[in-house]
Ligand binder design. Structure first.
Ligand code: URA
Length: 234
């Protein structure tokens, strides 16, 4: 919209307008006064509700043996969400996912494709450390997958990265093999919404099987390519 200033009075009126120190926006589009802030507040509220739902879980061997809940880390507004297996000793001590050796490797993997860890959102399949770092039981994976699905819906990422077979099993079921499924973009549907998903090896597995890193690198490059295509800022 352009302002037509016809005479001296119009110029004076405009000066008057500007001197009121009120921000006048001249725009043809209707103003949406309700958009962003309530959405952010809703998200924060939903995250807190989910967190307390997990804190209040009953009859759970994982919770009963762990020091504390390990819920998530990073930016809840991120378009990228990473899911690991479950907390280890360091995570259990600090209450944050991926802060031990596997976490250090995860950080390097992210840096290799120019992703800052603080700009993404990270959680796990189970939110309490399994005793002696055992793999979560199928019944535990199932139970916690309800929380995980909710968590994904709340964060609403554009790209979901599943690290390892437990994350894969939690969301795609136990019948598939990570060696076949990794490195392929998949659609994960939760509550009628489709999430673009990449399954890749878990950093703890790569620490044990260094020769598999070449596959992991191929997956990371695909993820970077998709981030660029979708113009996601990380
Ligand atoms: N391994 C995981 O899967 N998650 C963590 O948080 C740490 C190690």
């Amino acid at each position: 919209m352009t302002l037509n200033l016809k005479n001296q009075n119009d110029i004076l009126n405009l000066e008057n307008l500007n001197s009121n120190e009120i921000e006048y926006i001249f725009n043809d589009k209707p103003i949406n006064r309700l958009k962003t802030k309530p959405q952010l507040e809703d998200k924060k509220k939903l995250i807190l509700e989910l967190k307390s739902e997990i804190e209040n879980i009953d009859n759970c061997e994982l919770k009963n043996n762990a020091t504390q809940l390990v819920f998530a880390d990073g930016n809840s507004e991120s378009k990228i969400m990473v899911i690991g297996e479950g907390p280890g000793q360091k995570e259990d001590e600090q209450g944050k996912p991926f802060v031990g050796d596997a976490g250090l490797l995860l950080n390097k993997m992210l840096e290799a494709i120019q992703i800052k860890r603080n700009n993404i959102y990270i959680t796990n399949v189970v939110n309490y450390r399994p005793p002696n770092n055992r793999k979560p039981e199928p019944s535990e994976i199932n139970r916690y997958s309800n929380f995980l699905r909710k968590h994904i819906s709340i964060i609403d990422p554009k790209i979901l990265i599943l690290m390892g077979s437990t994350a894969m099993e939690s969301l795609f079921g136990p019948k598939i093999k990570i060696s076949k499924e990794r490195g392929i973009w998949k659609d994960l549907i939760i509550h009628n919404k489709t999430y673009l998903t990449m399954i890749t090896f878990h950093p703890a597995y790569l620490l044990r099987q260094a020769e598999q890193k070449k596959y992991s690198w191929a997956d990371l490059k695909q993820i970077r390519k998709k981030i660029d295509e979708l113009r996601i800022s990380v």
